[in-house]
Design a protein around this ligand. Sequence first.
Ligand SMILES: NC(=O)c1ccc[n+]([C@@H]2O[C@H](COP(=O)([O-])OP(=O)(O)OC[C@H]3O[C@@H](n4cnc5c(N)ncnc54)[C@H](OP(=O)(O)O)[C@@H]3O)[C@@H](O)[C@H]2O)c1
Length: 288
Amino acid sequence: MKVLILGAGGLTGRYLTKEAKRRGMEVVALAHRDLDVTRPDGAREALAKWKPDWVINAASWTSLEKCEEDPAGSKKIHTEAPQEWAKECGKAQVRFVHLGTDYIFDGTKKTAYLPGDAPSPLSRYGRDKAAGEKQVLLANPQALIVRLAWVFGHGGATFMSKLPAILMEKEVVELAGGRVGSCTYAGEAARIILDLVEKKAHGITHGVQAGQTTWKEFAMKAVERMREKGKKVRCREIREVPMEQMAGLKTPRPAFSPLEIGGTEAIIGRKIPSWEKGLAEYLDEIGL
Ligand SMILES: NC(=O)c1ccc[n+]([C@@H]2O[C@H](COP(=O)([O-])OP(=O)(O)OC[C@H]3O[C@@H](n4cnc5c(N)ncnc54)[C@H](OP(=O)(O)O)[C@@H]3O)[C@@H](O)[C@H]2O)c1
């Protein structure tokens, strides 16, 4: 099986590339510098050149603030490009996977969001990602959407990726409070996505780890685990600050956005491990 990965230089794209190779798949991993997914005719040309069986689109602008500043650019990468790739993949009979986000929801639900729940985004990023999902499935009903949330992994720019190192260095760590969500170690996200690919899944699925958490609980678990392993963690206090007071987090994010994974587990035929297991795996990977 030949897999073409778009946005392969990003956090999820790198883990997808590694996991696909580990499974013996033939991989064409294209980072932003290799291929701009928004380039007109880029999809048609790439499909003709590489002739993949599957395309996985991990290209995105994950900075919500950048999306607010450049709405046309956000629409291009999150709605128009995925629609074009989905359409061209459909024409070429290539299966298409697109990655989604919990930020398409407004956070007012009291229980975990189901794949079929109606989107109600709070930000430009969420709106364009929600429109992208819809357009992908209209253009190519055989496409697969895998929604992720709070992804962390080696070299990731996300706050959760950086948190273990911050906890090692700083005595007092401030983080955004008041939010509950699902999270995913990028290594497990890659396994879930490729399990779904191997099952030829289509439609909307959720690719996060079991359980719900907050950034504070995640940080406390990381401290506990690192201390158990004999690491000299400097952090003595973890302070929650309202999200809107945190620099770089001015754009609204849902206060409650856990994603239900029962449907995904039924398709892939296994239980998805808890986020605590994902965190432990990540800490082992980075030697903390
Ligand atoms: N990170 C999270 O916590 C999170 C949560 C929920 C959902 N997701 C979803 O998961 C997917 C993967 O995100 P990620 O966490 O892996 O993000 P990431 O680390 O920011 O990776 C995204 C990659 O896309 C590339 N890219 C940007 N514009 C591009 C373009 N025009 N053409 C080709 N590549 C382009 C970026 O390259 P440059 O940096 O070089 O521009 C970057 O390498 C996205 O669909 C995102 O919405 C992520």
